[in-house]
Design a protein around this ligand. Structure first.
Ligand code: GRF
Length: 213
């Protein structure tokens, strides 16, 4: 059975969605850069090993990345899943996990990389907003796209209402992407393109590609 390690920084609702999806894998560990991340409690309640690698305790970004990689590698994962992990990872770290490092971002990339995506989408007058699961590359929030889910954004939306609408789709899209990987259907080819079942699949209307449901 394949092994995954999940990295979090906070609430951990995407971790909960991964757990609820009963994926065909062992979640070998949940690692946080913050000791107070609520998701650590969720992991412990499920009997999953947890660890904290505190970025503030490290002398540099490189030292943090190295300590994090050492902790991850203790669990020998096939896949590393960033689920609300709020630290920027350096080139060496990203290269080490090339093709087996996923992230979820709460916007339709390449629009709105970085923080405060929902507020920025509302300010820009977007009618469509959403989330993106992508392979991680050295560019921040900008790697090969695996799946995107779009939701409507309404002019009278609050930031929190829009965030909740997107989050509900994150909880669909992320388990789907991880399942594809675990089933050996998802990969990154040599040109850096995402392949699903060996192909670059065209998308459907709202959740692209369509999930297996
Ligand atoms: C999600 O919106 C995720 O896309 C973003 O941070 C949030 C984490 O939420 N990167 P949670 O910790 O999974 O509840």
């Amino acid at each position: 059975m394949k092994r995954i390690v999940v990295l979090i920084s906070g609430r951990g609702s995407n971790l909960e969605a991964l757990l609820a999806a009963r994926l065909p894998c062992s979640i070998a560990a949940v690692i946080s850069n913050r000791a107070d991340a609520r998701g650590l409690q969720t992991a412990r309640a499920h009997g999953i090993a947890t660890a904290v690698v505190d970025h503030a305790a490290q002398a540099s970004r490189e030292a943090f990345d190295a300590a994090l990689a050492a902790e991850i590698d203790r669990h020998a994962p096939d896949l590393v899943v960033l689920a609300g992990f709020m630290r920027i990872l350096g080139d060496a770290f990203v290269r080490r996990y090339h093709g087996r490092l996923l992230n979820i971002h709460p916007s339709l990339l390449p629009s709105f990389p970085g923080l405060h995506t929902h507020r920025r989408a509302l300010e820009a007058g977007c009618r469509l907003h959403g989330c993106t699961v992508h392979f991680v590359t050295a560019a921040l929030d900008n790697g090969p796209i695996i799946i995107q889910a779009a939701v409507p954004a309404y002019p009278d939306d609050s930031e929190s209402a829009l965030a909740a609408r997107v989050l509900a789709q994150e909880h669909v899209a992320y388990p789907q992407a991880v399942r594809w990987f675990l089933d050996g259907r998802l990969s990154l080819d040599e040109a850096g393109r995402v392949r699903l079942d060996g192909e670059q699949r065209p998308g459907g209307a709202l959740l692209v590609p369509q999930p297996d449901r």
